[in-house]
Design a binder for this molecule. Structure first.
Ligand code: DP6
Length: 360
């Protein structure tokens, strides 16, 4: 498929007005997307668990303008309050997707959005936020067309969400979504995420993710800047090759439920992501002392308990603690007793793997 396949056929009718609403989740990458080319094309393939509890709920009320103007027209409310400062980002998104949704300038929109997780938690809201908005616009398009298959709907939502934020293209379906062309995964694409097409063992379909909020401050480096730093990075080629290798290795790990190798790949990916930041120029350390303490506690506990608890990290100090459902009764008390004390104000979020976005 190419970008052109997402330009719609002429619409049959444009509805005068209406409201569409979606809830869309965040996701946590197992193989990380870090580095991109023009037009939000990833430098390497990635795969993520879709989450269930961390979601953005967005509703879009649309009303046809008297005359189509040359500007996008919308009001934006975040958690009930008008948010002028979020508007430029949405405007950029609308500009990027207009060619694929040519009705956008015909309407005035009232966009109302809220997150299930605290805004200042250090949890990125771009994946859930951009995917929720893309879903609302696609739901509108669906009513303007005679037919639109489910498969095309999901692909196009993911394609549009990607243009808002790369990782957002992995938030439409679940439990595992893969994005970025790679030889080991049939149907993989740089343009959109796909529901992971191969066999997944039950144990891996049922994981928990307890998110430890170690540092809720503003991000020291935005992901956009972070991706930039992979251009001319001394280890870029090795890193991109490694992501392809890890995806290939994950194939049998996922189908057989080989948790030891799973842990090895997931933790190595998290540390590699941070190693890339530490070895770029300018360089950054996004882990905090408590991030390291948590990692060491997890390693110690895993050895004595013989469980399969492991960690992964985003581009920040917070730690995602991953463990299978059948070990919850041993791992969760450990998290509460030994890890939560390292969290800022003792804050954490209990999440687990989810099945993707929902129409409201
Ligand atoms: C570290 O999707 O936030 O979370 O495309 O610039 O919006 P943009 O970047 P973004 O990058 C996410 C990077 C990551 C790893 C991942 O989710 O794969």
């Amino acid at each position: 498929m190419s970008e052109k396949d997402f330009i719609p056929v002429p619409y049959t009718t444009l509805k005068e007005e209406g409201t569409v609403s979606y809830s869309s989740p965040s996701n946590i990458a197992l193989v990380k997307y870090w580095g991109k080319r023009d037009n939000q094309i990833p430098a390497n393939p990635s795969i993520s668990f879709t989450l269930a509890a961390c979601v953005t709920k967005t509703s879009v009320n649309y009303k046809k303008k008297d005359q189509k103007s040359d500007e996008f027209s919308f009001d934006l409310f975040f958690e009930g309050e008008a948010k002028e400062e979020f508007k430029p980002k949405i405007n950029t998104f609308l500009k990027r997707i207009e060619v694929y949704l040519p009705f956008l300038k015909e309407y005035h929109f009232v966009i109302k959005t809220s997150n299930s997780f605290p805004h200042s938690s250090g949890i990125a809201s771009s994946a859930s936020g951009m995917s929720a908005l893309a879903l609302c616009f696609m739901e509108m398009e669906k009513t303007f067309l005679d037919t639109l298959s489910n498969e095309h709907f999901n692909r196009k939502v993911s394609f549009l969400a990607r243009l808002g934020s790369g990782s957002a293209c992995r938030s439409i379906e679940g439990p595992l979504v893969q994005w970025g062309e790679t030889p080991s995964i049939e149907g993989s694409s740089n343009l959109f995420g796909i529901k992971y097409p191969d066999k997944v063992h039950d144990v891996l379909n049922n994981f928990h993710d307890t998110i430890l909020l170690v540092d809720k401050g503003e991000k020291q480096v935005s992901s956009t800047v972070g991706h930039e730093l992979m251009h001319g990075h001394p280890f870029a080629k090795q890193r991109f090759d490694q992501a392809h290798d890890n995806l290939q290795k994950l194939k049998s790990v996922l189908s057989e439920g080989d948790l030891d190798t799973f842990i090895n790949i997931v933790e190595s990916e998290a540390l590699t992501l941070h190693a890339m930041m530490m070895t770029s120029n300018p360089y950054f350390i996004l882990m905090k002392p408590n991030t390291l303490s948590i990692i060491n506690e997890i390693w110690k506990f895993r050895q004595v308990s013989k469980t399969h608890v492991c960690f992964t990290l985003d581009a920040g100090a917070n730690v995602h603690v991953l463990y299978p459902e059948n070990e919850k009764d041993i791992v969760f008390p450990f998290i509460k007793e030994k890890l939560v004390p390292y969290c800022q104000n003792g804050q954490y979020i209990c999440d687990r793997i989810g099945l993707g976005a929902k129409k409201l």
